[in-house]
Design a protein around this ligand. Structure first.
Ligand code: ADP
Length: 487
């Protein structure tokens, strides 16, 4: 039970719907996060810089007032006191004026007047350095600014001299508060954005995964062997219709292949059964004919032997066809003298040709060496020439011609025989196809010769064609590349 739930969950994670969900979520949430973070940083740093500028200009104004009013000598200045009051109230600042002996001469909180300051920043400022120090934990920025006055002495004339230090300490709590406020707004925006992203991602996932689910549902409903019916009536995306149409093509091809196999098996069974039936009839006749003359036995046994011969030829041809068709069976390619092969085949078939007084003419236009499987190629030539003799008239002619261009060699087997009816010309390469079924028994062919021939030519990446006219003759043309093309 637990495993089933886990499987369902894992399946969902691997689903297209979930991928769309995640991608949409990322596409929406990442920009929201980036924009929110940039907004937070830019707005707080702008606020911080503005405050800093304000503090610095306050400092300059106060410093100038202190120096111009000679505050450290007179110890009193209405304007300076008023400004110190204003800054400490308005900016929550603490302001101290320290003399060169580090004695605190003025303190906005009055607590430390008369005390000695031992701050290292004051020492630095007394040496003429402008110091700014920020403490983020305690939330303040402290400035220590040297008060430089122009002093005129008899000995040295007018010289610039540090006469004290102005210390201003501004609370930065307002900056932190501002940052917290902006952050709160950004977090709320993040939360709303996340909710929005979840809703949109959910809708997108459902919407975009729907066509795929629909394809699945339609295919699931398909009845045995029929594919998707009424495809034209389905109103859907072009892609969905394309997938369904491809699915239909696949189903058609699948069943066409299956039918071809079934037909082949039933043809094979039929072809193998025919000689066996004949043998059974012949044998039964002998069994039933008690005391039959010896000549009859002799004659019937010769017939039985012929049937056995026929059966074994069918089986051999079948094995050869299946072997040639199986691409895993290598073919033995070598450089072969094609003229020699043709001449040797013609020599072997000569006696059969002579039986019907058929003249065999050989025309070779050039010597040709090509990459072929010699035995298989010889089988092609033998099949075509034997057929040209078998289906020829008495006193006919068989012309075999050989030629080549720079890529292919061609050979033609032309006869003056009975020809093939036009409607059967495409079918002669089918297994067990014979134009004249009754005559086939006389000629004794298995009906597999041309199927084997075509298969061998195909394995050499060549082509075979037939041209025929009834009662005039037939020409088979074979074209094979001179160089074997590796698969
Ligand atoms: P078969 O063993 O019957 O000769 P093939 O596959 O070689 O088988 O040939 C198939 C059929 O094609 C033959 O039965 C015959 O009807 C026809 N055929 C083949 N070659 C010729 C030809 N040269 N002239 C006329 N018909 C032919």
């Amino acid at each position: 039970m637990k495993n089933k739930k886990l499987d369902l969950f894992l399946n969902y994670i691997k689903s297209f719907e979930f991928s769309i969900f995640v991608v949409t979520l990322i596409v929406i949430i990442v920009p929201i996060l980036v924009i929110g973070t940039i907004f937070l940083n830019v707005s707080t740093s702008k606020y911080y810089n503005n405050r800093l500028e304000e503090y610095k200009s306050n400092n300059i104004m106060l410093k100038n007032n202190i120096i111009s009013s000679g505050y450290l000598d007179k110890k009193e200045s209405e304007a300076v006191n008023a400004q110190i009051n204003l800054l400490s109230n308005e900016f929550d600042a603490r302001i101290q004026i320290i003399d060169t002996a580090c004695i605190i001469r003025e303190d906005s909180k009055s607590e430390d007047i008369g005390n000695t300051s031992i701050s290292k920043n004051v020492f630095k400022a007394l040496k003429g350095e402008d110091v700014m120090e920020e403490n983020k934990d305690l939330e303040y920025i402290e400035f220590s600014i040297p008060l430089v006055a122009t002093i005129t002495t008899v000995e040295e004339g007018s010289i610039k001299k540090t006469v004290g230090v102005l210390c201003t300490n501004y609370s930065t709590a307002n900056i932190s508060n501002y940052r917290s406020d902006v952050r709160r707004v950004v977090y709320i925006a993040f939360a709303l954005g996340a909710i929005f992203a979840l809703v949109v991602a959910f809708i997108c996932a459902k919407f975009f995964a729907r066509p795929i689910k629909r394809v699945g549902e339609i295919i699931k409903d398909v009845k045995h062997r029929r594919g998707v019916e009424n495809l034209d009536e389905i109103k859907d995306y072009t892609e969905v219709k394309q997938i369904l149409s491809d699915f239909n093509t696949m189903i058609d091809n699948f069943y066409a292949e299956q039918k071809k196999r079934d037909d082949f098996v039933s043809n094979v069974s039929h072809e193998l059964k025919t000689p066996i039936t004949s043998m059974k009839v012949l044998a039964d006749s002998l069994v039933g004919a008690e005391g039959a003359p010896e000549e009859m036995y002799q004659e019937f046994l010769v017939d039985i032997s012929n049937e056995i011969e026929r059966e074994s030829q069918i089986i051999n041809d079948l094995l050869e066809l299946v072997n040639t068709e199986n691409v895993e069976n290598e073919i033995n390619i070598s450089q072969v003298n094609i003229n020699d092969v043709l001449e040797s085949v013609l020599k072997t078939v000569k006696p059969i040709a002579e039986e019907k007084n058929i003249e065999v003419v050989y025309e070779s236009f050039r010597p040709i060496i090509a990459d072929v499987d010699e035995l298989k190629f010889a089988r092609v030539v033998t099949n075509l020439v034997e057929n040209a003799i078998k289906y020829n008239q008495v006193d006919g002619t068989v012309t075999v011609s050989l030629n080549a261009d720079h890529q292919y060699f061609y050979f033609k087997v032309q006869d003056t025989g009975i020809g093939i009816p036009e409607e059967d010309q495409d079918r002669v390469f089918e297994r067990f196809f014979r134009v004249d079924k009754a005559r086939a028994r006389e000629t004794g062919g298995s009906g597999l010769g041309l199927a084997i021939t075509k298969e061998i030519v195909k394995r050499h990446h060549g082509s075979i064609g037939v041209h025929s006219k009834e009662e005039e003759g037939t020409t088979f043309t074979v074209r094979i590349p001179l160089k074997y093309i590796e698969e």
